[in-house]
Design a protein around this ligand. Structure first.
Ligand code: GLA
Length: 657
């Protein structure tokens, strides 16, 4: 017995004596992500000697919140040692937190550290661990001045050496959470639509269920007619007023009814517009054929059945003074001054008629400047003429993108805000005079707090920031920033955090060919949930030609879309829970609430939504919206385990006490 006891001790001693020290600086730090600058070896982010609470360190890594490094330990490391804290040269109100996670378990969390705090010594047992994540958080107040040091950071290694890994590390399986729509009809999408009296009207009743479906509508104004076989309502918008209809859809499996309102007056986009925009997939490769393909797929994939409606062209449909594609080069305008589409668009009227024939609507793009952002012909000094042309061509939506107008504005005198408003006010007025309902989408990246005046100049939705681009790890901060403007979100006036980029999308950095979205499945669910809770316009901008089943499941959950399309038009309120978790809560028209529990951290985490934070009292009945499943009754809080960068989204309705 004694001998058996001694042998393991000897083995341990042998392993330890063979152990070597591997400094953190020897790992490939280009894989470390951080909020500002690049990781520094043996110096701070400001390229000064590492110093924490007055103590100097010769070695270590200087980084900046928010920072993450994934490390493959392969079970070969015994310990991790370091001295951590805020660098003495941060020169400002820094607040950082350090966190270390091993194989999904929290090994260390510092709480907020500030400039001058003594370095905290770290000595962690890593035996047997496969992966380690070193993280620096911003203390919940933004990343300003958050200079953080992993001083003297080193591994004691007895086997495989630690290696830096690419993110995201977790190979998540793409799980389809939502049951497929059943064979019986369900009417989806908006419950209200706005129109202007006397203008052409088109609305396809979004309905899931096995075809053929027979549609009927009660109280349809006499200027409108319904195609009973496909549920498309067309005609002329009725005289000013509110019309309450009952939509019915019937097949051999059952019948669905829904109350629906047509509000004929001054305001369009009474719910956030939904559709597809070509930009993040096709860039300057867009053609008439691709637009028609998008319309076909919108109708056949189920997207139109849950409310997607606009098929929108972005930049590059005009001619450019110069371009690598000779078919996109030519005269910018004809002898009458009309814009000339490039040779990839032989017949704009035929294209919009094709889109309309499916009960869908068509969107177009230009800039108030002389050229668009991609250098194509734009609208400066042709505003009346272009708006009329777009209306005559049959477009129902205009994205008006600032681009080269910056050069014009610079030459003008007067207050900056007036300069920001001017081109949008001008086009807003012109669009109202067209004999066509054209939803006006302002794209000027949030300048002059556009959310405060976008509706006043005739806009229906406005981008609140620059392009989301391919930096998709920004979906959380972008959505949270956008939600700060929630006070301005209302029917006919929507804050727009940019397009939904899931499925296959182009790499915006080089306007590249479509590739699989870099987002994990959980991040894709979060993307859609954040946008729906924010009452954001829902424009998918991925590849319609290669829609896969998972992407359709994320885009087309009718109950999640009901949250986006709710007639109250409220953008959810954000309630921080912990540093990396938060809840969003949105009031819905029927008195229920939509609630998203979000986890921005690198590991699965439990998130609690407390009634006191949500502004509700008494027992609630909860339904999981992604799984479309009843969860039962909860008394004063709801707690869920939320995947890394993921969401749990519920609808809660007051239950009888
Ligand atoms: C800007 C806009 C994008 C897109 C491009 C087209 O960057 O913000 O959404 O329209 O221009 O060039």
């Amino acid at each position: 017995m004694k001998i058996l006891f001694i042998i393991p001790l000897l083995v341990t001693a042998l392993v330890s004596s063979a152990a070597e020290t591997v400094p953190l600086t020897s790992l490939d730090l280009s894989k470390m992500t951080q909020g500002w600058g690049k990781p520094q070896i043996d110096r701070s982010i400001r390229e000064k000697p590492l110093s924490i609470g007055g103590q100097k360190f010769e070695h270590g890594v200087g980084t900046h919140a928010n920072s993450t490094l994934w490390i493959d330990l392969a079970g070969g490391s015994e310990r991790f040692l370091a001295s951590i804290g805020v660098d003495d040269n941060a020169n400002g109100p820094a607040t950082v937190t350090f966190k270390i996670v091993g194989d999904g378990k929290k090994l260390l969390e510092t709480g907020v550290m500030k400039p001058g705090d003594k370095a905290r010594s770290v000595d962690l047992d890593l035996k047997g661990l496969k992966t380690l994540i070193l993280m620096v958080g911003d203390g919940g107040d933004g990343v300003g001045f958050d200079h953080a040091n992993w001083a003297d950071a080193r591994f004691v290694v007895s086997g495989a050496k630690p290696k830096a890994l690419d993110r995201p590390m977790l190979k998540e399986t793409a799980v389809i959470l939502t049951p497929k729509p059943g064979p019986a009809p369900r009417i989806n999408g908006p419950r209200v639509t706005g129109c202007r009296p006397g203008n052409p009207f088109i609305f396809r009743i979004p309905t899931t269920g096995e075809r053929p479906i027979a549609f009927t509508v009660e109280n349809l104004p006499s200027s409108l007619k319904l195609d009973a076989a496909n549920g498309i309502i067309t005609g002329t918008a009725p005289a000013r007023g509110e019309f309450t209809l009952t939509l019915r859809a019937k097949n051999s499996h059952g019948e669905a009814t829904r109350a629906f309102k047509i509000v004929s007056g001054d305001t369009l986009a009474l719910t956030p517009p939904m559709g597809w925009n070509h930009w993040y997939t096709h860039y300057d490769r867009i053609t008439d054929q691709l637009m028609r393909e998008a319309a076909d797929v919108m109708a056949s994939s189920g997207m139109a059945d849950v409310g997607y409606q606009y098929v929108s062209i972005d930049d590059c449909w005009m001619n450019a003074p110069k371009n690598k594609d000779p078919l996109r080069v030519g005269p910018l305008r004809d002898a009458q001054g009309n814009l000339i589409p490039n040779k990839h668009f032989p017949d704009m009227v035929a294209m919009t008629e094709y889109i309309h024939s499916k009960g869908l609507k068509a969107g177009i793009y230009t800039s108030p400047g002389p050229l668009t952002c991609a250098g194509f012909a734009a609208t400066y000094q042709h505003e009346e003429q272009d708006a009329k042309l777009f209306a005559d061509w049959g477009f129902d939506f205009l994205k008006y993108d600032w681009c080269s107008y910056g050069g014009i504005a610079k030459k003008e005198t007067g207050p900056e805000l007036a300069k920001f408003k001017k081109p949008y006010q001008q086009m807003g007025d012109i669009l109202k005079r067209q004999k066509r309902d054209i939803v006006f989408n302002l794209c000027q990246y949030g300048m002059g707090n556009v959310w405060e005046w976008g509706a006043e100049v005739g806009g229906h939705c406005w981008r609140t920031a620059g392009d989301l681009g391919f930096e998709l790890d920004r979906i959380f901060p972008v959505a949270l920033k956008n939600a700060e403007h929630r006070a301005w979100s209302k029917p006919g006036a929507w804050n727009d955090p940019d397009y939904i980029q899931i499925g296959r999308i182009g790499n915006a950095r080089g306007m590249g060919e479509p590739i699989a979205s870099p987002l994990t499945p959980s991040e894709q669910y979060s993307f859609m949930s954040l946008w729906c809770l924010s009452a954001a316009p829902l424009f998918f901008s991925g590849d319609m030609g290669k829609l896969d089943e998972f992407t359709v499941n994320v885009l087309c959950n009718s109950e999640v879309i009901d949250v986006d399309q709710d007639p109250l038009g409220q953008c959810a309120r954000v309630v921080p829970v912990e540093e990396e978790t938060f809840v969003m809560v949105k009031d819905l028209e029927d008195g229920s609430k939509a609630v998203g529990l979000f986890n921005r951290s690198e590991v699965e985490t439990s998130v609690t939504a407390k009634w006191s934070d949500l502004g509700v009292k008494g027992p609630q009945t909860l339904r999981d919206l992604w799984r479309q499943k009843e969860l039962g009754r909860f008394e004063n809080e709801f707690k869920a385990s939320v995947p890394r960068h993921g969401v749990v989204m519920v609808r809660m309705t007051g239950a009888r006490p």
